[in-house]
Ligand binder design. Structure first.
Ligand SMILES: Nc1ncnc2c1ncn2[C@@H]1O[C@H](COP(=O)(O)OP(=O)(O)O)[C@@H](O)[C@H]1O
Ligand SMILES: [Mg+2]
Length: 305
C-alpha cells in the first residue's frame, strides 16, 4: 500500500509545489513508484511537469482530470493519470516511475460541483477512487492549495502524513499554528467516516524549510518554531516524531529556470543550474525515507551488494 503524504501550508508561495515536484522526482529516481496528485486549481505542478502545450491539449478532455470523479459516478482514478509526464525533446520518458494526476483551472468548481452530490461527504468519493490505484505506487503525494477548502480535505482524508513546506519567518509560524488547529478540527469532524472507510489519520510529520538565503540568520525563528512544535506535541496536535527537517532547501534562481525548462530541478543539467540544488532535495528525500522506515541504502552498501 502506498504511503500518502499531503504537502500543505495555509500560506501560499512557501514552496509546496517546488518541493513536491522535486521530492517526487527524487523518490522516482530512487526507485519508488510515485504519483503526484495536483489538487491546486492553479495547476502549477501539472504545467511544470507536462509543459504548457501538452497540458493545454489535455484540457480539451475534462475526463482526464480529478474533478470528473465528482461529476461522473462511473469515472475512475486511472483515467485521470498521466503516465511519466516528464519527456525530453524527442518525447522519451525521462522519469518512468513518476506519474501525475493533473489539475486544471476548473478544479476551482469543486466546491460548487459537490453541492449537487448526495449526502455522503465528498472526500469519501475521492478516497474510493484513490484506493483503486494505490497498490500501483509506493508513494502518493498531494499538492494542496494554500487553504482548507474541499480539495485539501480530499487530500487529507486519504493521507497518512502531512509535510509542511515553510519559510523560516514569523508569518510561517503563524500559518503553522493555523494549520495544526484546522487539521485537528478536520480529524474530529471526519473521524466516523474515516473509521467507516478504513482511511488513515493524517499526522503532521515535519516542516521542510525552503528557499533559505545563504547568510540569513534563521536561529531565532527556528527556536520559536521548535518551541511551537513542542507545545503542539504536548497538546497532541502533531506527531511525537514531528520536527523541522535539518536539511534546508537553499534559495536559488535555479527553481524558476527549472519551471521554464519543464523539468524538476534535480534533472537539470549542470550548465543550467546555478548551484547544485539537487543535493538539497536528495538529502531531504533521504531523510523523509528514513523517517518513514523505508531508507535509501547508501552508495557504499549498494556497491557492496
Ligand atoms: N528554493 C527556492 N529558491 C528560490 N525560489 C524558489 C525556491 N523554491 C520555490 N521558489 C519560487 O517561489 C515561488 C513559490 O514557490 P511554489 O513552489 O510555487 O510555492 P507554493 O506551491 O507554496 O505556492 C515560485 O516562484 C518558485 O519558483
Ligand atoms: Mg503551489
Amino acid at each position: 500500500m502506498a504511503k500518502k503524504i499531503s504537502f500543505l501550508n495555509i500560506k501560499g508561495g512557501v514552496g509546496k509545489t517546488s518541493l513536491i515536484v522535486n521530492m517526487g522526482a527524487c523518490l522516482a529516481y530512487m526507485g519508488r513508484r510515485t504519483l503526484i496528485v495536483d489538487f491546486d486549481a492553479q495547476s502549477n505542478a501539472s504545467i511544470w511537469l507536462m509543459r504548457l502545450d501538452r497540458w493545454n491539449s489535455l484540457n480539451r478532455d475534462p475526463k482526464k482530470f480529478v474533478l470528473n470523479l465528482f461529476k461522473d459516478p462511473n469515472s475512475e482514478m486511472r483515467d485521470c493519470i498521466q503516465k511519466s509526464p516528464i519527456r525530453d525533446a524527442d518525447g522519451d520518458e525521462m522519469l518512468p516511475r513518476l506519474d501525475l494526476a493533473p489539475a486544471s483551472f476548473s478544479l476551482m468548481d469543486l466546491e460548487h460541483e459537490v453541492e449537487k452530490q448526495d449526502d455522503r461527504p465528498f472526500y469519501l468519493r475521492f478516497h474510493e477512487a484513490i484506493s483503486t490505484i494505490e497498490d500501483d505506487y509506493d508513494f502518493i503525494l498531494f499538492d494542496c492549495p494554500p487553504n482548507f477548502f474541499y480539495s485539501t480535505q480530499c487530500a487529507l482524508f486519504s493521507s497518512d502524513s502531512v509535510l509542511v513546506p515553510s519559510n523560516p519567518d514569523a508569518l510561517s509560524i503563524i500559518g503553522f499554528h493555523l494549520l495544526a488547529d484546522k487539521l485537528a478540527d478536520f480529524k474530529k469532524r471526519s473521524a466516523a467516516h474515516r473509521e467507516e472507510a478504513g482511511a488513515p489519520t493524517p499526522e503532521i510529520i515535519g516542516v521542510a524549510l525552503n528557499a533559505v538565503k545563504p547568510g540569513t540568520k534563521i536561529h531565532v525563528p527556528l527556536e520559536r518554531f521548535n518551541a511551537q512544535i513542542e507545545r503542539f506535541k504536548d497538546q497532541g496536535k502533531v506527531a511525537a516524531t514531528t520536527h523541522i527537517y535539518p536539511d534546508l532547501i537553499r534559495h536559488s534562481v535555479t527553481v524558476g529556470r527549472a519551471v521554464m525548462l519543464g523539468v524538476p530541478t534535480v534533472l537539470m543539467s549542470k550548465q543550467d543550474a546555478s548551484i547544485n540544488l539537487a543535493e538539497d532535495y536528495i538529502k531531504l528525500t533521504k531523510h523523509l525515507l528514513e523517517q518513514l522506515g523505508d531508507p535509501e541504502p547508501d552508495d557504499e552498501e549498494e556497491e557492496a551488494k
